[in-house]
Design a protein around this ligand. Structure first.
Ligand SMILES: [Zn+2]
Ligand SMILES: [Zn+2]
Length: 238
């Protein structure tokens, strides 16, 4: 039971920092925050994504490319052009690693994406990633009560990219559309997105990419937006 709680908590915490910090903040600059809070959320993204930490600047630049070229051959990850799951993920990883390497080697330094050089070096190190995997394994050793529960262990190690895959694959492949006039294949995968905190309203988001609320119809619910509204009320972001 405790292992299920650990899995659900890790799923939503990792996801929250992906949608809040990497997507809505780093990629789209949807809100502003002080340097103190930027560092705080950067650090928490590192802690909760752990072994599968995604570099905020590389994520932001790759995601902007996705919006500019959505579902064209220049889209870094479109299920319309990369039609099997392996080539889809491979192309995404290759493109993403190229950007991470360019940032880490100092070959590019865009100033409108959050950077924290020291923490990036620690987070990107194989020693750090391995340490996180060891921590997940120890938690399983301590709290798993049935052998089948170990099947979930690899998901912890790859949490960030798994979330990215679900959004990029299903969000441009399966679901309904509220806006047919946009020229891409974006879909709203779930009418009530309890699974990905609003990220699965890709059709709404591509239609209105700077709108903080990804929900549009009365029944749609963007949990990422609701959480972000709390930070706004607390004046942590503006
Ligand atoms: Zn998209
Ligand atoms: Zn976006």
């Amino acid at each position: 039971m405790l292992i299920i709680v650990f899995f659900i908590a890790h799923w939503y915490l990792s996801l929250f920092f992906q949608t809040f910090f990497l997507h809505r903040y780093s990629s789209h600059n949807m809100f502003k925050m002080s340097r103190f809070w930027e560092r705080t959320f950067f650090f928490l993204t590192f802690i909760f994504q752990g072994s599968s930490f995604l570099h905020p600047a590389a994520y932001g630049i790759m995601h902007r490319r996705h919006h500019s070229y959505a579902d064209t051959p220049n889209d870094p990850h479109s299920p319309l052009h990369l039609t099997n799951i392996i080539s889809f993920n491979w192309a995404t990883v290759v493109e993403y690693r190229k950007l991470v390497n360019a940032f880490m080697r100092g070959e590019r330094d865009d100033d409108d994406v959050p950077r924290w050089y020291q923490l990036e070096r620690i987070a990107e190190s194989p020693i750090t990633r391995t340490t996180f995997i060891l921590i997940y394994t120890l938690i399983y050793f301590k709290f798993a009560t049935e052998p089948w529960q170990y099947a979930f262990l690899p998901l912890h190690a790859m949490m960030g990219p798994i979330h990215g895959f679900i959004v990029n694959w299903f969000g441009h492949k399966s679901g309904y559309r509220n806006f047919d006039k946009i020229n891409d294949n974006s879909k709203n995968t779930l009418p009530i997105d309890f699974l990905m905190m609003g990220e699965l309203y890709q059709n709404n988001h591509h239609m209105r990419p700077n709108n903080l609320n990804f929900a549009f119809r009365w029944f749609e619910l963007d949990l990422g937006y609701l959480a972000t509204s709390v930070f706004k009320k607390l004046r942590i972001i503006s």
